[in-house]
Design a protein around this ligand. Structure first.
Ligand SMILES: [Mg+2]
Length: 264
């Protein structure tokens, strides 16, 4: 990495960089061990909201990568941190039970409230969505013109076990359309999300490199937020990504090349 003398921190995307679904990417364990041995501040950043941080940490540990909850940044964690720093109250949560614990300690409205929310948090509710639930989110926003709509990611769809399925974005879009309001998005590629990550590291954006396999959400998002970027040729990487309007500062064959690139 030619600018390594200015680089002091690393953000790692998880799926496609450290592993592909349930298969470890060769060299990932050694690369993370090297980062830890060097004492380089780092975080794992993922848009996954269907698993808790504890479950994600367990997954890393099962692969042989020691990890703690605090080292993983997910959209619910970033949003909860943002709410806490604002001493936010009257929060309405539309998130899965697994994500609820991240909002512990914040003052929330009743689960059936239709008024009185200052912040409406929308996550991937999956088949917990129904008209009544979506309409309740709409009513909470409608009854308070100052209420902020917060989206935990803007993923449009995902591949569930039983087939292609709606993610969070279509529901956010429905509420944006109905209320004429724009959601504040936590999750890659939103700048807020990367800012939350570098704040956690305590480093300026220009001294942190985002390593990811997604040219748009990882590389494009991080660049917009002022970070340095490294694209790995693993996971969802396709050669056409190198013709994309957004280009990374560096391309790595895989995460295994990180130690060599860093010291070059
Ligand atoms: Mg990825």
């Amino acid at each position: 990495m030619s600018e390594s003398q200015q680089l002091r921190g690393i953000l790692f995307d998880m799926d496609g960089v450290l592993y592909n679904a349930d298969e470890l990417i060769s060299g990932a364990v050694e690369a993370i061990a090297w980062v830890r041995a060097q004492g380089i501040p780092h975080l794992f950043v993922t848009n996954t909201t269907s698993r808790s941080r504890a479950a994600l940490a367990e997954k890393l540990i099962a692969f042989g990568i020691p990890a703690q909850d605090e080292e993983i940044l997910t959209p619910p964690v970033a949003a909860a941190h943002w709410l806490r720093t604002r001493h936010a109250e009257n929060i309405a949560l539309f998130v899965r039970p697994s994500a609820r614990s991240e909002f512990a300690g914040l003052q929330c409205v009743a689960d059936d409230a239709e008024r009185g929310a200052s912040f409406v948090i929308l996550g991937d509710l999956g088949d917990l969505w129904d008209y009544r639930t979506l309409n309740r989110a709409f009513r909470l926003l409608h009854h308070n013109p100052d209420a902020e709509l917060i989206a935990l990611g803007m993923t449009r769809y995902w591949m569930a076990a039983d087939g292609i399925s709606l993610d969070v974005a279509p529901f956010v879009a429905a509420l944006e359309h109905a209320t004429g309001r724009k959601a504040l998005v936590f999750g890659k590629p939103a700048t807020h999300f990367f800012q939350a990550a570098i704040q956690k590291l305590g480093l300026p954006a220009s001294e942190v490199v985002m390593i990811g396999d997604d040219i748009e959400t990882d590389i494009g998002g991080a660049r917009t937020a002022g970070l340095k970027t490294a694209l790995v040729r693993t996971g969802k990487f396709r050669p056409a990504d190198l013709q994309h309007a957004t280009q990374p500062d560096l391309v790595l064959a895989s995460i295994a090349d990180l130690p060599n690139s860093w010291s070059r």
